[in-house]
Ligand binder design. Structure first.
Ligand SMILES: NC(=O)c1ccc[n+]([C@@H]2O[C@H](COP(=O)([O-])OP(=O)(O)OC[C@H]3O[C@@H](n4cnc5c(N)ncnc54)[C@H](OP(=O)(O)O)[C@@H]3O)[C@@H](O)[C@H]2O)c1
Length: 331
């Protein structure tokens, strides 16, 4: 799978892409480029922009910041479809990590005003699963509120809601991989037995592209998930099984999400400013409730074994050396 699936974009709208230096946006940009869609990106730092695409005739990069309305207005001029693939979590501080919430909302407010002014036809936003009534974590609330802000404008906005996205380089997979690789015995809080419905990054890209080809998705909020509804413990076990690792996961009642975030940010390369909000959200079940996407954008969904297999294959390719696996998972 390369994320293209069978979804072809017929008409070629002018695409405005945010988050092109990130995990999802970077992959989407490559596919948009392969599909020949003219794409203008906004990036805070041109140094982080994928070099091989910066010179492509279909790709334009504008330096700017969603927190700065002026750059955004200029960057959106003449565009038709916009992808909103931005969040404001990050940084290494374990004390000030919650400041992302105000930035998330401000960036979305700026974006929706600029989109209205530019007269865009559609916005497609990738947010998070979870129900507001379920005492959602601050990060998951922020994802929902960003969706509401974007949908409050005049431009028809599709909100795709996903749980963890599994792919090489993404925060959830890198947390899972480093924990499973490094810790033979893991002491975890109760969240390890929360259920989730993760999705392969290849499928997410297919849905993002598919929404452009399927006008019936305009203005809708749609849940997207993979084939497995599993606990985080089971996800960890699948990874360990595929790599042939013997791992023991013990759930204890006294370990708080804050404490577990501390050690996860020590054991994995994912910055504390991302680990903390994500770990806080592990208490919330994130499972698709609205499955209309299955009919609107029919694609072959990958299992978690396939998703992890693809991620390991990608890491192998990047490193130029094999990663050992159980024989049954080699293909
Ligand atoms: N990864 C997952 O498992 C997952 C799951 C569910 C939903 N999502 C959603 O998918 C979207 C993309 O996530 P991701 O995993 O690709 O995140 P990511 O890899 O951390 O990328 C975030 C992107 O946002 C950009 N950005 C942040 N603040 C910005 C600002 N003020 N102005 C302009 N650009 C800004 C970053 O640019 P810089 O390079 O300048 O920092 C980066 O390109 C988010 O909406 C997220 O909620 C992700």
């Amino acid at each position: 799978m390369n994320g293209r699936g069978n979804i072809a974009v017929g008409a070629k709208p002018k695409v405005f892409l945010t988050g092109a230096t990130g995990f999802i946006g970077g992959r989407l940009l490559r596919i948009l480029n392969q599909e020949g869609l003219p794409t203008r990106c906004i990036a805070r730092s041109l140094d982080r922009f994928p070099r091989e695409l910066a010179g492509s005739c279909e790709v334009e990069v504008v330096q700017g910041d969603l927190l700065n309305r002026e750059g955004l207005d200029r960057a959106m001029e003449g565009m038709e479809v916009a992808y909103y693939l931005v969040h404001s979590m990050g940084g290494r501080s374990i004390f000030h990590y919650k400041t992302y919430i105000g930035r998330d909302l401000q960036a979305a407010e700026n974006f929706v005003r600029a989109a209205d002014a530019a007269g865009l036809e559609r916005i497609i936003y990738l947010g998070g699963l979870g129900e507001m009534a379920d005492n959602l974590s601050a990060h998951l609330v922020s994802r929902q509120r960003v969706g509401q802000i974007l949908q409050s404008g005049r431009v028809k906005t599709t909100v795709l809601r996903a749980a963890n996205i599994i792919g090489a380089g993404g925060a959830p997979f890198e947390m899972l991989r480093h924990l499973a690789e490094r810790l033979p015995v893991m002491i975890c809080p109760r969240w390890i037995d929360t259920r989730c419905q993760p999705i392969a990054v290849e499928n997410v890209i297919e849905y993002l592209i598919g929404c452009v080809s399927q006008p019936a998705t305009a203005g809708l909020t749609l849940d997207i998930g993979g084939t497995d509804i599993i606990t985080y413990r089971e996800l960890m076990e699948i990874y360990a099984q595929m790599r042939g690792l013997r791992r023991m996961v013990i759930a204890v009642p006294f370990l708080s999400p804050v404490l577990s975030s501390y050690w996860i940010s020590l054991v994995t390369p994912v910055p504390a400013g991302i680990v903390m909000p994500l770990v806080e959200g592990l208490k919330n079940e994130v499972i698709c409730k609205d499955n209309r996407i299955l009919e609107l954008v029919p694609i072959r969904l990958l299992s978690m074994k396939e998703a992890i297999c693809n991620a390991l294959a990608e890491l192998e390719q990047r490193a130029g050396k094999p990663i050992s696996r159980q024989a049954c998972f080699l293909s």
